[in-house]
Design a protein around this ligand. Sequence first.
Ligand SMILES: [Mg+2]
Length: 133
Amino acid sequence: MNILFIEDDAIETMKLHRTLGKLGLHHDIIEAKNGEEALAILNSDVKLPDMIFLDLNMPRMSGIEFLKILKAHDSYRYLPTVVLTTSQNRADLLECYKIGIAGYVIKPLKYEDYAEKLRKVFEYWEANELVKK
Ligand SMILES: [Mg+2]
């Protein structure tokens, strides 16, 4: 899969790459450091990602602001978007589901738990039909 990974923390991005390696998964990760950068990538000529992983707390444009723009767009609204966050804030969770997300994953502190959660997320999405466009 082509995954647009929107995350401002470089350590989290490294953790994702490390986890994909550990799980033996070969997905193409397109990195964006905030919502603005992610929109610029979507608006460029590259083919749309199969899915999006979205952090919520980011400078410039938060995950929720990005999500609102994404879901208001004629083509982008179909991209399954999984929130990957440390936010246990129930208001954030409800707001995200209201706008339209494909999942809300709270990142566990322990690395092994994080890797196991991600393994399940990838396994689930590999079994899904994706938009492919
Ligand atoms: Mg962040």
